[in-house]
Design a protein around this ligand. Structure first.
Ligand SMILES: Nc1ncnc2c1ncn2[C@@H]1O[C@H](COP(=O)(O)OP(=O)(O)O)[C@@H](O)[C@H]1O
Ligand SMILES: [Mg+2]
Length: 251
């Protein structure tokens, strides 16, 4: 069966794109779904979150046409296509290539393993990597930090999504908005939730990912939240998100 491909995107940095990619991916793998996580950020935070540094080959080599997508096994049912700083050069190097927006989509058709879900962790920009992810994906998941002004930048992202949909990928739609770093009982968090619900209604996941230190600590140990601290609020929230994701998207 064809995998369902998701872009995890928001051009604002620090909104939990990478944390959500790691923990949604790991949670679904624990539910016995076969999952590939693709690191499209030259900062390589997704790769570092699993203790992978200096990966060779990386997504850079794959996008340059030098090799297939690298599929590094992480835990049962979970694989990672790692990235590193080399990727920062790719945007410029590929800028004259014909079909440059199609590179990821084509590569994902030829993975070695069969996947149920593929998640592409986008960088904090709306450049070529993000466009490649939006072009390859069926759905976009948008993490939104429950903080001041977090929701203000969304218009720009929606504009890009609309353009990609119109010009490259008519199948693309918004799969959902995930409120992250939610602080219970604060006016700020409540305001962001209210605004997002009023603007995006059913697209907003019921599960809010609360602010939880274990989520921030886990990457230093190279582990997802379920291995790092399975009883933490973070593990509880991400497992709820996995259930909700599953109900929304499992075919
Ligand atoms: N729910 C959370 N509670 C506390 N810290 C979090 C939470 N989610 C993410 N973080 C931390 O916030 C920072 C930014 O998250 P990250 O996933 O790297 O965002 P992005 O990929 O959007 O830049 C990281 O240090 C991460 O560990
Ligand atoms: Mg990131």
């Amino acid at each position: 069966m064809k995998p369902q491909i998701f872009a995890i995107s928001n051009h604002k940095g620090g909104v939990a794109k990478t944390s959500t990619t790691v923990n949604l991916g790991a949670g679904l793998a624990l539910m016995k779904r076969r999952v590939l996580l693709v690191d499209l950020d030259p900062q390589g935070n997704l790769s570092h979150s699993f203790g992978i540094k200096e990966a060779e080959p990386s997504m850079y080599n794959a996008l340059k046409g030098q090799c297939p997508i690298p599929e590094v096994p992480i835990i049962d049912n979970l694989w990672l296509a790692p990235s590193n700083m080399n990727l920062s050069g790719a945007e410029l190097e590929l800028s004259m290539e014909p079909g440059r927006e199609n590179l990821l989509k084509r590569l994902l058709l030829k993975t070695q393993n069969d996947y149920d879900y593929i998640f592409c962790d986008c960088p904090p920009s709306l450049g070529l990597m993000t466009v490649n992810a939006l072009n390859a994906a069926e759905k976009v998941l948008i993490p939104l930090q429950a903080h001041y002004l977090a929701s203000q930048g969304l218009a720009k992202l929606m504009e890009i999504i609309d353009k990609v949909k119109e010009r490259l990928n008519p199948e693309l739609s918004i799969g959902g908005i995930i409120i992250t770093m939610y602080k219970k009982n604060t006016v700020l968090s409540r305001d962001v939730v209210e605004f997002t619900n009023s603007r995006f209604a059913d697209l907003v996941f019921d599960t809010k990912i609360r602010d939880n230190i274990s989520i921030a600590e886990a990457p230093a140990s190279g582990q997802d939240i379920f291995r790092y601290s399975k009883n933490s609020l973070g593990a509880i929230d991400y497992s709820h998100l996995c259930m909700e994701f599953f109900n929304r998207f499992e075919k």
